[in-house]
Design a protein around this ligand. Sequence first.
Ligand SMILES: NC(=O)c1ccc[n+]([C@@H]2O[C@H](COP(=O)([O-])OP(=O)(O)OC[C@H]3O[C@@H](n4cnc5c(N)ncnc54)[C@H](O)[C@@H]3O)[C@@H](O)[C@H]2O)c1
Ligand SMILES: [Zn+2]
Length: 379
Amino acid sequence: MYSMTVRTASATYPVVVGARVLEEIPQRLAAEGLQGAVWLIADAALTTAAADVERHVRAGGYRISTLLVPSGEASKSAQQLQELYDWLIGGGVERRDIVLALGGGVIGDLAGYAAATTLRGLTIVQLPSTLLAMVDAAIGGKTAINHRLGKNLIGAFHQPRVVLADTTLLATLPARELRAGWAEVIKHGVIRDGGLFSALNELADARHWQAGGPTAAWDAADPQLTEQLTALIARAAAVKTEVVSLDEFEQGERITLNYGHTIGHAIEQAAGYQLLHGECVAIGMDAAARIAEQLGLCSADLVRRQRDLLGAYGLSVQLPPELISGGLAELIQRDKKVLQGRIRWVLPTAIGSVTVRSDVPHDVVQQVLATLELGSAQE
Ligand SMILES: NC(=O)c1ccc[n+]([C@@H]2O[C@H](COP(=O)([O-])OP(=O)(O)OC[C@H]3O[C@@H](n4cnc5c(N)ncnc54)[C@H](O)[C@@H]3O)[C@@H](O)[C@H]2O)c1
Ligand SMILES: [Zn+2]
């Protein structure tokens, strides 16, 4: 089990990563001095895990009620939020009560926002169930629902009181979702932890992952692998923990987490959300690294090593031909992270460090996008 601490101006809280950490929920709640009733909001795909959580929480002497929310991004809606309010307020929720969010980023963002806004702020405990949520979404206090005009446009910062990432939950996560999550893990290595990048490589070599990675999800028959993967996940979560501690409200350092996301988001939209977020981020990381290489900020070797590692974890850096639509440049310009018309590019300088540049020439970007849109990312 790995434990780390987020320290921001508004909150200090533990992030715990390990196999079966959900069994400890009541002890963790008690350690935080939390005594109210528990309101569990869970992804409908996690009924078994939700029942387990209920059992543990009850055994610890807490009262608990559960609401299952339909799986999928569509649940980050005003309508679903209203249902949460009805359930909480109709059920007599009190200020001292505790909301548990069991699921991926969708449930974490939705339940987090409900908790942020109900009775001016209820305690939220994040129980991430996807790889992406364990290393990213559940840590840092960003909560949101979507608006007709765009993703995550209605939201609030509301830091969790505790984050418990039980890696055994990943056993049931679809292989494609797991793979997409590795993109963010690799991203964390590239932006801030060269040792994580090497450790990811070493495991891939030891297991002979030419391509595909640990796609068969968790292998209960291989506890050693589970332990190794858990260590990598904890290390990636630590990167998010550090970055959030340095920059709670996205004024500076936190932009580095956006590595691979400028082009990644554009691809996500161009593909009409048929590609998973992490799949798009992998393509975006490769493109960003090639931009950095063009600018002389990093070596061709970095580009190659990153591409190899992404490949080893089953991630392609090519746009699928049927999804090539052109128009990525326009989509990039509309990205949220654009400041006064200038795109802030997060670009690697070495494995484990990045720089932020607003002066990337248009033609360099154009050239790299052209290779993508032609479906011929250079080998
Ligand atoms: N708040 C943040 O800082 C932040 C950061 C990154 C992403 N996000 C948000 O996170 C969302 C994406 O999160 P995600 O990738 O976790 O997607 P998700 O929550 O939609 O989960 C992916 C799929 O896996 C299923 N699932 C989840 N856990 C499972 C498990 N253990 N076993 C079986 N199935 C399981 C879900 O039902 C869903 O179908 C987006 O809405 C994004 O905006 C938020
Ligand atoms: Zn991301």
